[in-house]
Design a protein around this ligand. Sequence first.
Ligand SMILES: [Zn+2]
Length: 474
Amino acid sequence: MADVRKQWLDLVNKYMLQPDGPANDRFWVPELETCSRDRIKDIQEEKLLLCVKFLYECSPFYREKFKKAKLHPSDIKSLKDLPKIPITTKTEMVEDVKVNPPWGTYTTVNEEIWSRRGWMMFATSGTTAAPRAFRHTLHDRDIWAWNDARAMWAMGIRPGDIALIAFGYAPHVFFWGVHYALNLMGVPIIPRGSLDTRRTCMFINTFKPTILGATPSYALYLGDVMKEMGYDPAQSSIRIIITGGEPGATIAATKRRTEALWNCELHEFYGCTEASQTAGGYTCQYQVTQKDGPVCDHLTEDIQIWETVDPVTMEPVPLGKPGLSVVTNLFSEAAPLARFLIGDYTVLNYDPCPCGRTHALAVGGFYGRADDMLNIRGITMFPTAIEEAIRGFAEVGDEFQIVVSQEKMLDVLTIVAEPRPDVPEKDYPKLAKRIQDAVRLMVEIRPNVDLKPYGTLPKTEIKAKRVFDQRKLG
Ligand SMILES: [Zn+2]
């Protein structure tokens, strides 16, 4: 058993090139980031074959899963055999934790490894289900840092920058990798932790960080509080905002709004607690500054295999067609999950990015989890499409709500938004009509628009709760 773990870690480390710093000013690891598709496939194949052995031997959950599918690691002989491995879902993990509390058996870290070189525990959020917890090791810390550093190098973060990281240092994967990556890059950190927002603004004004790490919602809120305090965020030292937790740079109107507010470039990370805790997806300098077409997220294919699957059949969909994101993790000691269904809609393509990186792109980013999708009067839509429409109105504040209710058996969509204080109330009806038209153009349904005085809606500090589906209550 110990042997396969050692072989796995040796293999992962073999491809952890440039562990101490970047090769040049454009790429941290040009050998990996600009390599041919054949080379990417070779690396993935070499890792996949050993990864399934490691999972089979060190994760009882996966051993059972393989046995149920009448599959043995030796049946996975090449990348082409990947679809033989059944998809892993969150629900299966929840069931596993119920039977095997508190850790479950889906990870490959046991008591012995945890007590010898454990680094940190992360857990899924929510209070209803038992948390799914992951014990990560020092190996994972180093590889998260290395990979996030590669992503942030692509974003244009360089020594000389100073980063203010506005997150709670909670047991969520969000920004922990970024923290260690900044250390590796030689970029000092001002941690926000539980500082209140006004004090955070004062810190920005006093200590002049150049990088802000936050959720997209918090970046907007923080900018507004800066203004209230008499500081102009556009004149502040912040030049790049990096976000995670929600789509940011890939929603055009949110990107424009945030970049105008702060006079900065807005970047985003994409990942998840279970399998893609480091920069699974990230934006590069080209993507956030290009003027034509959607902003795409880069994926890192030397450490992961990305697929998109049909939401009903769970069969892989062809490149260029929308499907749900599935990831196979090829770098982790704790969570080398095989074919884990993250479940966000996206479209993958293999066109090289003009920045020079050759790995797959998620076109337009990840639009939202399948379970976030709304069905209103038979039309399915993502709340992010409505956000795109609302955020296009400069005279409307950052907070908004999407309320879905039922009247006489008919679904009703209501947008609650707040015009900025300088919009006179007599102009509300005209503005409401324009918002109606914009939302209808986006999602084909004419909503009711309820405009409330500025400051009525609760301020979003971390992740936004924007959708209130009252139909589910009845
Ligand atoms: Zn690029």
